[in-house]
Ligand binder design. Structure first.
Ligand SMILES: Cc1cc2nc3c(=O)[nH]c(=O)nc-3n(C[C@H](O)[C@H](O)[C@H](O)COP(=O)(O)OP(=O)(O)OC[C@H]3O[C@@H](n4cnc5c(N)ncnc54)[C@H](O)[C@@H]3O)c2cc1C
Length: 402
């Protein structure tokens, strides 16, 4: 495969579907087509989600159905070995990964320690693979969410008991970041809910101070649907300057719009999220411009499926020196292959966020993907249209060759 070395938007062809899907066999393409044709119906996703949750609770035999549908499209495997096969498959096309073990919703010290061990093992194993890989870190998998919520607004005034829990959390994260930096694996600290945002920011900043002094190993995630994030971004730049670390910034729009609005309403507060999509888009693009400042570019990952934001970022990157050092892209496994594989083909640093785990544990993640794809109907239709086109192209090629 011919590879390009310079960032160049004229080489990035998001409509090149042959490049986009060539890693998928005909069977895989056909399965993806079937799943996308189903999830474009919001009512079907709602009914399916409810049925799956009830069926899993009642231990009904639905695993096979899930495995053959949503799981195969959005999850890289039931265990690490299966996920690693996918890692080397993607790496053949210069697509790196952000490895994620999908453990959600467990709330005990035993579970947190088990999760930490899994992540440490993942770092060791992914470090043996070719490529520039990352792991993603959800703090809710390492500490009690109720504790993080309760201290979110008083981080400088913790009592003794809280201080002990805080240090335990920091130590768990620090062990992970230390091993990752020793092994050349990057760490993206994911963003979750607004109620724990200060905790996440504080932990990420402490890790960046320790591990980003000469090289960027740790990235904080900024959800640009939050009205306060531009101000935070500016304050992060100042803190980094003062404390002598290099900020690593992963920009997302944010995955919990409805949840945040409902939470704010229930508490009688204003929603922390911009009031419409256009404002979120503007906030995201503004943050990209702040990060890709030609006078002082920052290490930035654009974690997005939004083609227009990607094109704008590539355009801005022409104004900075060594753009390939500063700019990365990332998309979720099973989504927007036309962006990931064509960005990689154009020589850009791109990764797939690659979740793996047992089917039961992956259910919340899969249902979020199904709901997300339903709620952005137009994009789902576009995804399906692209899959259809490639499917038809392959079929006609087969006919011609008969
Ligand atoms: C690699 C990767 C990592 C990610 N990591 C995280 C993470 O750590 N934390 C996290 O929260 N999310 C994360 N996400 C998900 C992300 O936040 C978005 O939900 C998802 O990518 C869709 O946004 P988009 O930029 O791709 O594109 P688009 O489809 O253009 O935008 C959809 C997004 O716009 C915003 N939006 C839509 N409607 C409205 C409205 N009415 N008002 C205000 N805003 C609106 C929402 O944020 C919605 O998700 C990640 C995504 C990727 C690709």
């Amino acid at each position: 495969m011919e590879l390009r070395s310079q960032l160049n938007e004229s080489l990035f062809k998001p409509n090149d579907l042959e490049t986009a899907f060539r890693y998928k066999s005909d069977d895989e393409l056909s399965r993806t087509r079937m799943v996308y044709s189903l999830i474009r119906y919001p009512w079907l996703v709602k009914v399916f989600s409810k049925l799956i949750i009830v069926a899993m609770k009642l231990k009904l035999p639905v695993k096979g159905l899930i495995r053959q549908t949503l799981f195969r499209v959005f999850i890289a495997g039931e265990n690490l070995e299966q996920a690693l096969i996918e890692v080397s498959r993607l790496q053949r096309y210069q697509v790196h990964v952000v490895l994620d073990y999908v453990a959600e919703g467990e709330q005990s010290d035993i579970a947190f320690e088990r999760n930490q061990k899994t992540i440490l093992n993942n770092i060791r194993r992914i470090a043996e693979q070719k490529g520039h890989h990352f792991i993603s870190l959800k703090l809710s998998g390492l500490a009690d969410i109720n504790f993080m919520t309760s201290v979110n607004d008083k981080l400088d005034a913790l009592n003794k008991e809280e201080q002990i829990k805080w240090e335990k959390l920091l130590k768990r994260v620090d062990d992970i970041c230390a091993l990752a930096s020793r092994n050349g694996i990057g760490v993206y600290i994911d963003a979750e809910t607004y109620a724990t945002q200060n905790v996440y920011d504080r932990v990420a900043e402490e890790m960046m101070e320790t591990y980003n002094s000469s090289k960027v190993n740790v990235y904080n995630t900024l959800q640009m649907y939050l009205c306060d994030r531009q101000e935070y971004l500016q304050s992060l730049f100042s803190k980094a300057e003062k404390r002598g670390f290099i900020p690593g910034i992963k920009l997302v729009r944010g995955a919990y719009v409805e949840y945040e609005r409902a939470q704010a309403k229930a508490k009688g507060k204003n929603s922390p999220v911009w009031s419409n999509k256009e404002e979120t888009d503007a906030s995201f693009d503004k943050a990209v411009a702040m990060c890709l400042d030609p006078l002082k570019p920052r290490y930035t990952c654009l974690a997005t499926h939004n083609e227009s934001s990607i094109l704008k970022a590539i355009e801005l990157s022409h104004l900075i020196n060594e753009p390939e050092r500063y700019l990365k892209f990332s998309q979720l496994y099973g989504m927007s292959d036309n962006l990931s594989f064509n960005l990689a083909f154009a020589g850009m640093d791109v990764s797939k966020y690659l979740p793996y785990g047992e089917i039961e544990k992956a259910v919340p993640y899969m249902l979020r993907r199904a709901e997300e794809n339903t709620s952005i109907g137009a994009q789902t239709n576009r995804e399906l249209e692209m899959i259809d086109k490639e499917y038809t192209r392959r079929q006609s090629l087969r006919h011609r060759n008969k």
